[in-house]
Structure formats: C-alpha cells, structure tokens
Design a protein around this ligand. Structure first.
Ligand SMILES: Nc1ncnc2c1ncn2[C@@H]1O[C@H](COP(=O)(O)OP(=O)(O)OP(=O)(O)O)[C@@H](O)[C@H]1O
Ligand SMILES: O=C(O)c1ccc[n+]([C@@H]2O[C@H](COP(=O)([O-])O)[C@@H](O)[C@H]2O)c1
Length: 220
C-alpha cells in the first residue's frame, strides 16, 4: 500500500481507494458488481466495504445487528484480493454519517490516498441533505451508479460540483436487500442473488425469518 506516511516519490501515484458504504442487510451481488465495475472504470487499487453502524435514514426500520452485517460483508468479499472491509462505522458510536467515514479512512490511510465514494445514483442526488455536505466533496470523488428503476438520464446533479461527481452506468442487477429479506421471510430462495456463503450465514443465524411488518424495531 502507498499509505506509508512518507511523501510519494517521483513516478509514484497515489493509492486509489473505492469506498462502498451500505447497510448491507444483507450484502448482495448488486453491491459486488457495482464495486467491481467502478474499480475497473476508475483504475482503483482497492475497494473497502464499510457497513453502517446506525443508518440514521433507516431509524424507523428494523436493521440486523452490526456484527451480522459486518460478517456477511467479510464473507462476500473474501475471495476478491482487491476487496476489503472496514469497521470504522460500526465501531463509532451514534448515527453513521459519511463525512465521519471519510475522515476516519483519510486519517487511517494518509493523504496520499485518493478516495472514491461509491453510491447508488438515487442516493447521490440527495447528497446535499447529508451531514457536512460541503466537506464531503473535499474528502472524496463521488461515483453514482445506475440501478434498475433509476434512470441516469433523469438524474439532475447540476447542483453538485461537476469535477467531484460522476454518474456511471453499470450492468443492471435487479436485486435489493429489501427483496432478499422478503424472500427469506416467505421461504423463497435467495440463491444466486447473494453469494453462496451469505445464503448459508442467513440460514445459520435465522435472519429475516419473520416478515418485517410483523416485527418491532430492533437493531443493536
Ligand atoms: N442492485 C444494485 N445496483 C447498484 N447499486 C446498488 C444496488 N443495490 C444497492 N445499491 C447501492 O449500494 C449502496 C448500499 O445499499 P444498501 O445496503 O442500502 O442496499 P439496498 O439493496 O439498497 O438495501 P435496502 O433494500 O434495504 O434499502 C447504496 O448506495 C445503493 O444505492
Ligand atoms: O452522511 C449522511 O448523512 C448519509 C445519509 C444517507 C446515507 N449515507 C451513506 O450512504 C451509504 C448507503 O446508505 P444506505 O442507507 O442506502 O445503505 C452508507 O454508507 C450511508 O452511511 C450517508
């Protein structure tokens, strides 16, 4: 890794680190394809997956324990040498904000690391509602990826700094965590929507067995 704390020498370039933040409840192939595609298109050296601690925008929904979401993310990414997982968000108390995620990764990896935050294009168009929106663009470049149901041509990002934001069409994967949870609760298969190890983990831990609308808010 280039994050040695020493200045970069001549001919060396900074380490390009993709940051894929998500609730990952559970992680699925849509997330993995998005990370892989952005890595290829931006020449990223590594993509770090960062499971959220407490996603404040999902405060009224039941979210599985952070350790389950973290372990599923580790299992799903283990076979790719360029993928890694960070605990920065789940180890930080309180609600999760991306500005804290990026500050922590910057402090951990050093200033010779360029950060590329990967998110759905739908989320990206809302980014000015995120905490510390101005600082976000100083810390990272933002890549908004397509997902089924989101028309990139319709996304207006003219209010965002043009040199800090890119929209990227990726292979369409009509998969959502919501649908994986619903299918599990209805005893329908999720094979091939998520990596095999995630099917096994969900079954072993009994996650999502009760329909979401029958549960009270739980989480941590
Ligand atoms: N199928 C997909 N294709 C591309 N991007 C996706 C896909 N699913 C999720 N993402 C993006 O990955 C990031 C993390 O997503 P998240 O963990 O919330 O998954 P999700 O499937 O959207 O979950 P939920 O259905 O519970 O809202 C978000 O920025 C989201 O837009
Ligand atoms: O910082 C914020 O205010 C903020 C608001 C909404 C979402 N995010 C981040 O966007 C990523 C995807 O979030 P989600 O809820 O779609 O899983 C995840 O890393 C969140 O922490 C961040």
């Amino acid at each position: 890794m280039s994050s040695t704390g020493l200045a970069l020498g001549e001919g060396q370039r900074s380490w390009r680190l993709g940051v894929m933040g998500g609730t990952f409840d559970p992680i699925h192939h849509g997330h993995l394809v998005a990370a892989s595609e952005v890595a290829a298109r931006f020449g990223l050296d590594e993509v770090v997956f960062v499971p959220t601690g407490q996603p404040w925008q999902k405060a009224t929904k039941k979210v599985s324990p952070a350790e389950d979401r973290y372990l599923m993310t580790v299992i799903a990414t283990a076979s790719n040498p360029r993928f890694s997982v960070s605990r920065v968000d789940i180890d930080r108390p309180g609600d999760t904000y991306t500005v804290d995620t990026l500050r922590d990764l910057r402090a951990e990896r050093g200033t010779d690391t360029e950060l590329y935050f990967i998110t759905g294009a739908d989320a990206l168009s809302q980014i000015l509602t995120w905490r510390g929106a101005d600082e976000l663009f100083e810390l990272a470049h933002f890549v908004g990826v397509s997902r089924p149901g989101v028309d990139l041509q319709q996304k207006d990002i003219s209010h965002l700094p043009a040199d800090k934001v890119t929209l990227l069409e990726i292979p369409a994967m009509a998969i959502s965590s919501t649908d994986c949870r619903r299918r599990t609760s209805e005893d329908l298969p999720i094979w091939y929507l998520v990596p095999d190890g995630i099917v096994q983990y969900i079954s072993k831990r009994g996650l999502y067995e009760v329909p979401e609308n029958k549960e009270s808010h739980g989480g941590e």
